[in-house]
Design a protein around this ligand. Structure first.
Ligand SMILES: [Fe+2]
Length: 247
């Protein structure tokens, strides 16, 4: 008797295709679902995410629900929250069997990101501590890419050095402040964003879920619209600081 063999890499690809397609219509939800599971701890959140991603057709509204439903308890996440004096850090919490990345970003006083895209993935950003200001921009028309091969945290999109480049200033769509337990959602069809800690007194901590996971994205110069491909790396993984060569 012949047996059909299910190739797990095929089903993973199907899930990835499905998730990317969902970026065309999903825009985020602001309230938890009525029928969703109760999420009381960070472990509940991780368990529920693994369950959700254990199918080809991930319910992205349920993923949103799971992120919204968790209420921040610093004792549960502080072992992942590792700060740097000079720039924000990305700290891996769970690699989601290769289907999603869950990470904690630590923002020192006044720290901010460059303007960036999300590599055709879904991005959920939940506040765990403090506030973050999110500024959204329209995606520029130009597809020109430069490859400087520096980490995303090293690039400042404010540079005005691109005199030769045909300019296409990025248009601001809006600005929002997100506070503890809020969830912001973005994907490339909704535009680009810059995230910053507006406080010069308090740090901020946020929990990010990216699906499918990615290891490079683009950052953009505000004044020229110029796009630069950047690898994204981790400051720590599972609570352990990464050596420079292993990030
Ligand atoms: Fe982002």
């Amino acid at each position: 008797m012949a047996h059909s063999i299910v190739d797990s890499s095929d089903t993973d690809l199907e899930q990835e295709r499905y998730l990317r397609d969902a970026t065309h219509h999903f825009r985020g939800i602001e309230k938890p679902l009525k029928y969703g599971p109760t999420i009381e701890t960070l472990n509940d959140l991780i368990t529920a995410l693994h369950k959700e991603f254990d199918t080809n057709y991930v319910n992205i509204e349920m993923v949103n629900h799971i992120m919204l439903s968790y209420k921040s308890h610093p004792r549960e996440w502080k072992r992942f929250a590792k700060f740097d004096r000079f720039k924000y850090t990305r700290n891996l919490v769970d690699a989601g069997n290769g289907k999603f990345n869950l990470m904690i970003l630590c923002w020192g006083e006044g720290h901010g990101s460059a303007i960036h895209d999300h590599a055709d993935s879904h991005c959920f950003m939940k506040m765990l501590k403090g506030d973050l200001q999110e500024t959204r921009y329209e995606m520029p028309c130009s597809k020109a890419i430069e490859m400087p091969n520096v980490d995303i945290g090293e690039v400042n999109g404010d540079s005005d050095e691109e005199q030769e480049f045909e300019r296409e200033q990025l248009n601001v769509v809006g600005s929002t402040t997100i506070t503890v337990n809020d969830v912001a959602y973005i994907n490339d069809n909704l535009g680009l964003h810059r995230v910053e800690n507006p406080s010069h007194i308090d740090t901020a901590v946020s929990l990010h879920l990216y699906c499918p996971p990615f290891n490079e994205c683009s950052v953009f110069h505000k004044n020229s619209g110029k796009r630069i491909k950047c690898p994204v790396t981790f400051w720590s993984k599972y609570g352990v600081r990464q050596a420079e060569s292993k990030k």
